[in-house]
Write a protein that binds this ligand. Structure first.
Ligand code: ADP
Length: 584
């Protein structure tokens, strides 16, 4: 039998159970216990360096290798400032020193309340780089949620920009008295915050510190970022990312959305840095030499169009509601932003009509799906050249699905009793996920953590889906948004997609309402395009040509503005309350 050699111990190759036991004893006796696999076999470890995957390594790499790639940042007035990754690294280093001078230690939570701008990007790296946790706060959360999460996270310092200063003024009395505040401004006097004792100013904070930093060698499992779910049900829950999960997510995203990334590419994240890490782009962009265009707070269609046009943006990411605004602008001007070729759309289902409209003006659509708990991207629909060459109908049908899994993310479908369902494109079940970029629990919330995973350690997404043999996954609905009518399920997502294709419909939302005969029936709520007056009868008649008669909504309610969540998705919770009041 050939001899196998492991660290410090030579043993015979294992052939039976007795051999395993002997080896285990021999190993225990030795000072250097060899690792075993689940069958008791000695594992032969590779002889490669065990270097940690750290966020600081992304920006030091980008500054050196992609030093001339740009970070362009627009402010609330639309003025832009330009830097390169090489120019930004010294500022990040100064900021990291400044944080230490403020007494920040590894594990401390530092809050940011800001839009997409250069300083926010710098904070991402400086905070995590020294082992502290970058807690991004969504300024669109309700006051009680803002009060809750700052306390729950025990934030020590809060950075805010000019746009969010009003929120700080409003919330300060409800936040801990010892919270320190930093205005992300050039000079303290320009802040609209009024007098906060001990208020610090970002640029003054950086000024006295050296531009070089010896980044600490942290364990790669060290927490790096914290983001609370928007809390559509109950209190918000915190997903706590690590350096390792963040890097693996950045690698996965750069591969799954490879057309978005690369030297010469210019990416504009409409998705905010204040929520789910702008889908991981602040990490994947520098890593790949992709320039970033930070849009600041001006996210209306016209402002985005102008910025994309001026800055030669090649790809962008956002939820359907913001793409709707941009699309309206594209239709108005009769052209797309000149270099824009890629739209990544996710966060909620992207209607077929939007895919077609963008594709028709030369903007490729990749539909993506994710969750706060998964760093956040899980699937992305970049097509292969063969898929892209399919006849339009087949291609759009593929693009309507939420795409295929990102490397490192595993998907499984389960039925009502937790049994596995086939990935045959027909079976619909709850979607569960697993992988190194996915939460294993919530930050300091044992109760919610206990419900997060199934007994095999997979995370329950609360989404109903089907998976095709090709790996493409399609979200059918959220479990709680499915409508059960006369014992049959109706997907609100399907109905919304169809209604949005009708002329004059800007946003469509379908909810189930109680019905004496059928238990539940679908009700369609429509926000018309500004100035349009789509008729209820013709809209329902149009829908009847696309779906079975019993699936057609019973009624349509028109609203000037459908309620949205803090992340720009339709707030079904709020909508149900509004409709219940109306019906009462
Ligand atoms: P947020 O706080 O950003 O709203 P959540 O983590 O609460 O984020 O949202 C995740 C949920 O959003 C998913 O479970 C899914 O229901 C929905 N979602 C995300 N992307 C899509 C998509 N492309 N199509 C349909 N639903 C989506």
């Amino acid at each position: 039998m050939p001899a196998a050699r492991t660290t410090g111990i030579a043993v015979s190759a294992l052939s039976d159970e007795n051999d395993c036991k002997q080896v285990r004893r021999a190993g225990d006796a030795a000072a250097n216990v060899p690792p075993y696999d689940q069958g008791g076999n000695i594992v032969l470890n590779g002889l490669m360096m065990d270097r940690p995957l750290l966020i600081s390594s992304i920006i030091t790499y980008a500054a050196e290798v992609h030093g001339t790639a740009e970070l362009v940042s627009a402010d609330a007035q639309g003025h832009v400032t330009r830097s390169t990754y090489a120019e930004i690294l010294p500022r990040i280093s100064r900021l990291a020193h400044a944080l230490r001078t403020l007494g920040i230690r590894p594990g401390d939570r530092i809050a940011t309340l800001a839009f997409n701008n250069q300083r926010h990007f710098e904070l991402y790296y400086a905070i995590s780089g020294i082992g502290a946790v970058c807690h991004t706060i969504n300024p669109r959360l309700f006051p009680e949620q803002l009060a809750y999460i700052v306390k729950h996270a025990s934030d020590r310092v809060l950075f805010f920009d000019g746009v969010t200063a009003g929120i700080v003024r409003q919330m300060r009395a409800q936040w801990p008295a010892d919270l320190r505040y930093v205005a992300m401004e050039d000079e303290p006097s320009t802040s609209a915050i009024g007098d906060i004792p001990g208020l610090l100013c970002y640029e003054a904070l950086l000024a006295d510190h050296p531009p070089a930093m010896s980044w600490p060698e942290l364990d790669e499992k060290t927490a790096s970022g914290l983001c609370y779910t928007s809390g559509t049900t109950g209190e918000p829950k915190g997903a706590l990312y690590s350096h390792r999960s963040t890097l693996l997510h950045a690698f996965g995203l750069a591969m799954s959305a490879s057309k978005l990334h690369g030297q010469g590419k210019r990416l504009l994240p409409i998705v905010p840095l204040f929520h789910v890490n702008a889908w991981g782009t602040p990490y994947s962009a520098p890593l790949t030499g992709t320039s970033m265009i930070m849009p600041g707070p001006r996210l209306d269609g016209a402002s985005l169009f102008d910025l994309m046009d001026r800055e030669g943006v090649t790809g962008s990411l956002g939820v359907p509601t913001v793409w709707r605004g941009l699309l309206t602008e594209i239709e108005k001007r009769g052209r797309k932003p000149k270099d824009l070729t890629l739209a990544i759309i996710g966060g909620s289902a992207c209607p077929r009509s939007m895919i077609e409209a963008l594709e028709n003006v030369g903007v490729e659509v990749n539909h993506a799906w994710g969750m706060t708990e998964m760093s956040p991207v899980g699937t992305c629909g970049q097509l292969s050249p063969e898929q892209a060459a399919l006849p339009a109908e087949e291609k759009f049908a593929l693009q309507e699905t939420q795409g295929h899994r990102m490397y490192g993310v595993e998907l499984k479908l389960v039925g009502d009793r937790g049994e596995r369902l086939p990935h045959d494109g027909r079976a619909v079940g709850e979607l569960l996920i697993r992988g190194p970029t996915i939460a294993s629990g919530y930050f300091e919330n044992p109760e919610a953590s206990a419900k997060l995973l199934d007994s095999d350690g997979w995370l329950r997404t609360g989404d109903m889906a089907r998976i095709y043999p090709s790996g493409f996954m399609q979200i059918v609905d959220r479990t709680k948004d499915l409508i059960k009518s006369g014992g049959e399920w109706i997907s609100s997502v399907d109905l919304e997609n169809i209604a949005t294709a009708f002329p004059g419909v800007a946003i469509a939302a379908v909810i189930g309402i109680p019905d004496a005969k059928w238990d539940e029936r679908p009700l369609l709520v429509v926000q018309p395009v500004s100035g349009a007056t789509p008729s209820k009868e013709s809209l329902l008649a149009f829908m009847a040509t696309k779906i079975a008669k019993w699936q057609v909504p019973d009624d349509v309610v028109f609203m000037d503005s459908v309620p949205l969540t803090a992340t720009g998705k339709i707030s079904k919770l709020h909508l149900r309350e509004v409709i219940a009041r109306l019906r009462a």
